[in-house]
Design a protein around this ligand. Sequence first.
Ligand SMILES: N=c1c2ncn([C@@H]3O[C@H](COP(=O)(O)OP(=O)(O)OP(=O)(O)O)[C@@H](O)[C@H]3O)c2ncn1[C@@H]1O[C@H](COP(=O)(O)O)[C@@H](O)[C@H]1O
Length: 174
Amino acid sequence: MGKEAGKSAKKKPASKKRTTLPLPAGVPAKAKKPPKTVLKAESRHLEPLDIRVGAADAGVLDRLWGTVEARRLSGDVENSHSARLMARGTAKVAQKLGEEAVECVIEATQGHRQGTILESADLLYHLMVVWVDAGIRPEEVWAELQRREGISGIAEKAARPKGIVRAAKTSKLP
Ligand SMILES: N=c1c2ncn([C@@H]3O[C@H](COP(=O)(O)OP(=O)(O)OP(=O)(O)O)[C@@H](O)[C@H]3O)c2ncn1[C@@H]1O[C@H](COP(=O)(O)O)[C@@H](O)[C@H]1O
């Protein structure tokens, strides 16, 4: 067999992969199908309530912050868990937040709805202790959240100037 004939014999079968041809101007590109995990999350519906909610709303966070701040001012380490925790220093306060976050992650990953609610409450309590310890008022965080309202996370990330992101050594929101 000649050299050329050998080459053609070894020729791979034509790839079944579809090639994408450029679309004519004005024809919108077909939206890419989101990953399965995203579709699964989107298909989830709100479950019946696991906990009796009564008149509870997010205002409870403001009140909790106020209570923890009062405990900080009182310095009553005998009777207050919050005062005792803050007396152990910022590193301990932050460590507790991390631990509660991990516990919340475990419950959520395992799909334990009730456990996720309970761990979320622990997490938010310890977040309030972090804010009080750091001298942060809830309104400061609410204002930052409000500033971000309506800004798509994907669009915001795509719009970040790459050079600045590299210089700041962070990919977090500014
Ligand atoms: N929401 C909470 C809340 N959630 C959890 N915890 C306590 O957080 C602690 C977490 O327990 P852990 O064993 O994980 O932590 P730890 O006892 O510090 O143990 P170590 O990590 O030091 O080993 C428990 O003692 C819980 O009771 C809370 N303690 C208080 N609050 C709220 O804070 C208010 C003020 O509480 P005091 O500061 O205790 O008056 C209360 O009225 C509540 O509204």
